[in-house]
Design a protein around this ligand. Structure first.
Ligand code: HEC
Ligand code: HEC
Ligand code: HEC
Ligand code: HEC
Length: 153
């Protein structure tokens, strides 16, 4: 192997390293993931009683044709006009309350209420359209056990 060729893989390696670094600089979001806000400790007590179903983030956006702004909004609750790869703040950044307020059980700044408000209200609408009066049964999961699956011991 001549000296010149010897360095080629190394140069290629450096090139690949730097290009992938730029790709990774964008916010990566998994196509499918479990929404498990680490600040929420309740569910995490060992052994955890429930786990959350996987959330098909990409499928919701592409297949179900839901725009980013239907779920992601700014500090004034205005929908965000985003494109894939854009940074977004996690819900818990603003919906910081991790426990329900006994006096105001519907306080939207409570993370659980924000999550349920987003996911369940849309799912209920879909199920109502599909013919179920209460919106609990149908194509979109709207009852507790469909999203929070009990973990068998
Ligand atoms: C159906 C609702 C919904 C749609 C549509 C949606 N997202 Fe999300 N997205 C979420 C939820 C919920 C999370 C998890 C947030 C959390 O963990 O606090 C999330 C997480 C993310 C994250 C990761 C944030 C982090 O730091 O972990 C990014 C980036 C993101 N979304 C961008 C987008 C973009 C860009 C679009 C449109 C192309 C989009 N989302 C469409 C609900 C949605
Ligand atoms: C930058 C701060 C911020 C982030 C990040 C944020 N929210 Fe909100 N959200 C707000 C504010 C402010 C309101 C309005 C509260 C009010 O009306 O009193 C709100 C309202 C809501 C509502 C009620 C909507 C309505 O119009 O009635 C839902 C549901 C909600 N957020 C869910 C989410 C979810 C899910 C996420 C993460 C994907 C998220 N929020 C991220 C600040 C934020
Ligand atoms: C704006 C509407 C909308 C919002 C918001 C939304 N979904 Fe959905 N979701 C849908 C639709 C549409 C379907 C597909 C129903 C069907 O099969 O026809 C669906 C299906 C699902 C399914 C079953 C099929 C699959 O793709 O896994 C799960 C689980 C689910 N959603 C979880 C969530 C969670 C968790 C959230 C909140 C973070 C959420 N969704 C927010 C519209 C929404
Ligand atoms: C469409 C899916 C969906 C349905 C239906 C649903 N949840 Fe949730 N729930 C979520 C998501 C997403 C979170 C946020 C988890 C996080 O941020 O870590 C959550 C959070 C919670 C939390 C707070 C912390 C924890 O233990 O995870 C409780 C308690 C809870 N849900 C109970 C319920 C109950 C009771 C019902 C039925 C009345 C229900 N949920 C229905 C998706 C759902």
């Amino acid at each position: 192997m001549s000296g010149k060729n010897f360095y080629l893989p190394l140069i290629a390696g450096i090139f690949i390293f730097f290009t992938t670094q730029t790709i990774w600089a964008d916010t990566r979001v998994e196509d499918t993931f479990n929404i498990e806000t680490k600040e929420v400790t309740k569910r995490k007590k060992a052994p955890p009683k429930f786990k959350l179903v996987e959330f098909t983030h990409k499928k919701h956006n592409i297949e179900y044709q839901i725009s980013c702004g239907e779920c992601h909004h700014d500090k004034d609750n205005n929908p965000l006009d985003l494109k894939l790869g854009d940074d977004v703040q996690r819900c818990v950044v603003c919906h910081t309350k991790l426990k329900k307020d006994k006096k105001d059980r519907k306080d939207i700044m409570v993370l659980e209420n924000a999550m349920h408000g987003n996911c369940i209200s849309c799912h209920k609408k879909i199920n109502k359209k599909a013919g179920d009066k209460k919106g609990l049964k149908g194509p979109a999961p709207a009852s507790c056990g469909k999203c929070h699956i009990a973990v068998k011991k």
